[in-house]
Design a protein around this ligand. Structure first.
Ligand code: ARG
Ligand code: GLU
Length: 717
């Protein structure tokens, strides 16, 4: 009896050492070293070399950075990629008009000729990565101040990246890991001709809309298809009719077998940002100051936009992409705050910090290195709080006013004190004309003006006395404090709120008109806020430098303190692997959430009166007839599933792979209860949400009649 008891204790202890929770976003290059054994134990059947290799085609070669913040993957040897609908949303929106409303109706290229080009859209392949810590820190000493250190690192990094990219069309990026305790280099190949191939209607690709966003159970068919084009030599090229579909080194096989609870899954992609090492002070600042303010600001903007979108189809199309973007993090922060509170995150951080401090103070050597860290954090977070909040008001409230995005370009290209040469001016004006047309396609003056009024008020009330721009004082003097009157003035006098006037102004602009330019009330207002932003940056830059150094020391200290723990580096939009299992969860006492959803659930949600829940007639017909082809599982058309893979923003569109490395789904979201995982992960509550690849294929084949696209895929039945 006794022996058995000891045995059990031993097994539990031992297995908790080797089988870690599913938290972690791991570096593909280090898979063999840190994760492989654990992955195999959980069922993974490939080798580490199959996942990441520079000697042969590996899974990493099928994965791309899609646009500026998503992941995509190759699913054919003819350059076809799949990503989320919400990742392609901007492109789909740009091609949409009231007459050709691809957002509402979907878009399917029935032949290669019909595929639509997307100026500005790129995809990037990772050619290779390398630990360059030693080379990057060469010549850096402990005695150096932070500015000298940063300059040295910058210089080293530029030498290293130049050497590896010389004579190639690659670009190299060197990024800090663990707050500058390590450095990695990433070499990328970027393709510039990426065409839209297919997108379901929003009633499928965005089904559930913002109502269901960040939530489980979920029924969104969140995918879209693009194709990479290259020149005749398979090299990146600008858009041209002569370009041909890109031949990738590797594309993913697609499995029709589906997943069940407990199955191994891995997500391979580009997670954007996590902050697991934040101290309790930072979590307090985020959850109690920044998030509540940013949530409030975005709510106001959303209400104004929403009302105008409901009233006009034109405005709906113009603002749908902006609205979705703003709504997304509005909701994320709400969930994050709830989750942090439920997890007692601040208390947990404090407890760790206490133990760390005790450890640090218990040796002389450590006392010197780490003894004051936590007091210093405390001091600096108190100092920095008002500046952080003011900065949030600049980015969220001030730049929440659409026109400022445009004025930013005007100011950047024409505002410089130093007069441009004639040639420079000509180039700037050419650029600005394009910017102007693009901007006004999605601009509605009266919506913008309402937001302007609301945001200036909010700024005046909340950003703090120290951060009030000159222009608000003028409003007090000239307009008796009325922001409405000021808005009337500025929106009638500025040439930059109207496409025609702006283009006219730009087309006969020359150096002699500079005075007039600088007097434009919108530009004046913009610059007045930018003065404040400069002031904030100036005042807080020293604090940020100190903070960076504190975190660098703290993380080094934590790693020394918890010697046996394998720390994964925070996400920083570099390629990572995360793995876990398909799994259900209990969001609250008495409630159980199953691990998958199905078309039955879509039909159950159907409600023609609610925009987010309108099910297309064709989909209902397919459901009635159970016309699921080979995509169903025992008569059920599965739609989405969840698992314990640790993911974050940027992982959208990432492939979810099974134990054989076959594509079983597309990652597209996290659950509401798990959104705090960017700061603190909870294995019981954190789930990633995956679109079942079979639902995507079913939509392409049965719903859209674009089955020809399946011919180029490798489908494993
Ligand atoms: N929450 C997901 C992500 O962070 C999906 C966003 C799609 N946008 C939306 N507003 N529904 O990107
Ligand atoms: N939808 C997110 C994205 O765009 C992924 C969800 C998350 O933050 O985990 O990357």
């Amino acid at each position: 009896m006794k022996i058995l008891k000891y045995f059990i204790v031993f097994v539990v202890l031992f297995s908790s050492l080797i089988s870690r929770a599913d938290e972690g976003m791991w570096i593909p290059l280090l898979l063999e070293k840190y994760n492989f054994a654990d992955m195999q134990k959980k069922g993974f059947k490939l080798t580490a070399e199959d996942v990441y290799s520079i000697n042969k085609a590996s899974l990493k070669d099928a994965i791309v950075i899609f646009g500026r913040g998503c992941t995509g993957e190759l699913i054919s040897d003819e350059g076809l990629i799949i990503t989320n609908h919400h990742c392609g949303y901007g492109q789909i929106q740009k091609h949409s008009t009231v007459e050709k409303d691809y957002l509402t109706d979907g878009f399917w290229a029935m032949s290669r000729k019909d595929e639509l080009s997307n100026p500005g859209l790129t995809v990037q392949f990772l050619v290779r990565m390398e630990d360059v810590t030693v080379k990057t820190l060469e010549g850096v000493t402990n005695e150096m101040d932070e500015a000298a250190r940063a300059a040295m690192i910058r210089q080293n990094a530029s030498v290293i990246s130049k050497a590896v990219t010389e004579g190639t069309h690659y670009k190299a990026l060197i990024r800090p890991f663990y707050y500058g305790n390590q450095y990695y280099m990433f070499v990328y190949e970027e393709f510039r001709d990426v065409r839209l191939v297919g997108a379901p209607p929003s009633s499928i690709g965005k089904f559930g809309g913002d109502t269901d966003n960040w939530m489980w159970p979920r029924h969104t068919g969140d995918f879209s298809l693009f194709r990479i084009y290259a020149d005749k030599d398979n090299k990146p090229a600008d858009y041209s009719l002569d370009n041909v579909p890109y031949k990738p080194k590797k594309s993913l096989a697609i499995s029709l077998k589906g997943v069940k609870k407990g199955d191994f899954t891995m997500v391979f992609g580009y997670p954007g940002r996590t902050q697991q090492f934040l101290t309790s002070h930072a979590v307090e600042l985020i959850s109690q100051v920044e998030n509540p303010h940013m949530i409030a600001i975005r709510r106001i903007i959303l209400d104004i936009m929403g009302e105008d979108m409901d009233a006009s189809d034109k405005v709906r199309i113009q603002y749908s992409s902006k609205y979705a973007g703003i709504a997304n993090y509005w909701k994320k922060w709400l969930g994050e705050n709830k989750g942090l509170q439920k997890l007692n995150a601040i208390q947990k951080k404090r407890a760790l910090e206490l133990k760390f401090r005790e450890w640090a103070l218990s040796s002389n050597e450590r006392k010197i290195k780490y003894g004051n860290l936590l007091e210093d954090f405390d001091k600096i977070y108190k100092e920095i709080t008002p500046y952080s909040l003011a900065k949030d008001y600049i980015f969220e409230a001030f730049f929440g006013i659409d026109i400022n995005d445009y004025i930013k370009d005007i100011d950047n290209l024409l505002g410089a004190e130093k007069p441009p040469t004639e040639a420079e001016l000509a180039t700037s004006l050419e650029k600005l004309k394009i910017v102007t047309t693009n901007f006004f396609k999605d601009y509605n003056l009266s919506t913008d003006k309402k937001i302007f009024i609301a945001m200036l008020k909010s700024y005046r009330e909340n950003a703090g006395a120290e951060f009030q721009p000159e222009v608000l004082k003028i409003i007090d003097k000239k307009f008796k404090g009325s922001i409405e009157k000021f808005a009337d003035h500025i929106y009638s006098k500025s040439v930059f709120v109207d496409e025609k006037k702006a283009l006219e102004f730009l087309s006969d602009y020359n150096a002699s008109k500079r005075k007039k330019l600088m007097k434009d009330p919108m530009l004046e207002m913009y610059r007045s806020f930018m003065d404040v932003y400069e002031y904030i940056s100036l005042k807080s830059s020293g604090m940020n430098v100190r903070l960076d150094k504190l975190y660098r020391d703290y993380v080094a200290g934590l790693m020394e303190f918890q010697k046996d723990k394998i720390f994964y580096p925070d996400a920083n939009f570099t390629m990572r692997i995360t793995y876990g299992q398909v799994n259900d969860y209990e969001p609250m006492d008495g409630v159980f959430y199953n691990y998958f959803t199905s078309l039955d659930g879509i039909i159950a949600k159907d409600d023609p009166a609610i925009y987010d829940y309108k099910v297309p007639a064709k989909l209902k017909e397919l459901f009635q007839r159970k016309d699921y082809g080979r995509y169903a599982e025992n008569g059920t058309m599965k739609v989405a599933f969840i698992g314990s893979n640790h993911t974050t923003g940027g992982n959208s569109g990432s492939p979810v792979l099974n134990a054989n490395g076959e594509l079983v789904g597309i990652n597209f979201d996290r659950n509401w209860e798990g959104t705090m995982s960017d700061i603190m992960y909870d294995p019981n509550q954190c789930r990633n949400i995956t679109l079942d690849i079979r639902y995507a294929l079913f939509i392409i084949d049965k719903f859209a009649g674009a089955g020809h696209l399946l011919n180029e895929m490798k489908i494993v039945e």
